[in-house]
Design a protein around this ligand. Sequence first.
Ligand code: GAL
Length: 417
Amino acid sequence: MKFKQRIYLFLSLLVWAYSQILVAGEVEVLHWWTSGGEARSLDVLKQKMVEQGHSWKDFAVVGGSGDKAMAVLKSRALSGFPPTATQIKGKHIQEWGKLGLLTNLDKIAAEQNWIEILHDFVNDTMKYDGHYVAVPVNIHRANWLWVNPELFKQAGVSIPTTLKEFWLAADKLKKVGIIPIAHGDQAWQNSTVFEMLLLGMTSVEFYKKAFVELDKESLSSEKIIDVFVAFRKLKNYMDENIADRDWNTATSMVINGKAAMQIMGDWAKGEFIAEEKQLGKDFLCIPMPSTSKTFSYVIDSFIMFEISDTDNKKAQASLVKNILDKQFQKTFNMNKGSIPVRKDIDVDTFDLCAKASRSTLVADSYANVLPSFSYGMATSIYTQDAIFDIVTDFFRNEKITPKQAAEKLTRAIEDSF
Ligand code: GAL
């Protein structure tokens, strides 16, 4: 190599190294995506950041649905050292917004045209006081039933589409010695199952009145008592080792043929995919019986904390932009089980569950789209906690009658605001 060429190469390397130093920053990301499917999905984001020269400091707090992560976040943020970004959802965003610690994302939102590319209900959820303070990553549908078709075949039972068929199927499965329902007795999982029964037993209008408007009359109606009755009945179809079982352990019972069904959001699909199971053959996704037209939504999102380091600020901005990158949205959501949060990404290359999700979401101009109270989408954290407590107390304590539980629920919800 000639001397001139060498100098040129050396200078180019210097410029490249300098540019790397200039753009590279660190993001510390607090999250609870630690199950097989969740971790695989998040890796796509990590890799993207690393490819851009940033470093990713993983701050994972194990525990489905993030209740443990939220406790850790509080102590970190209140001690004055919040992470760069954290997974936060729904109405919880409002609580963090009030504290005034969040990075305003309006500029990036305008650049990426969030107002146009996101659904209205997503845009609304991401704002505090009229400003964007969170970036959405996906839309999960909570009202799914995950089925092991082989066990249904063994029991000679057909796949239920209504609650009536569901109870019949559960009876038959139990009779031939198959565990009908895989479940974990944790407050958020109990609440999920309670909510899904409620959706199947009532109507979209009733749900909105009772759990969005928190209308006292609806909350204290017979309908809620009936749901508590059904919820207790469901326990008869679970095994005896439900105490504190993680949701993904319950999913693996369906994967491994130990249980026939699980009532869970479509993050469960991520577990089947991570285990290389085939949709239609090894597992089925069925809308929670009697809720096929309803879309109970859970939007995963990240908030960004105000930080001072310039490089890390740049990394933070890259993180936000990457989350809404089109290719990332496709790969991430295919792994995660959710659908892209961007309206302008079609789901033609996605599987049948995702396609069904998208069409249910937008059907009848979003008329059947409901925020899930079990995931903080419908109410404040305080009301959500009140629901968790009452539902779980009832589930664990046979002495509480459905009527008492319904009364307690109304009172606890009222006291929570
Ligand atoms: C939910 C979250 C999902 C999934 C699930 C289980 O709160 O929205 O993405 O991860 O928890 O951990």
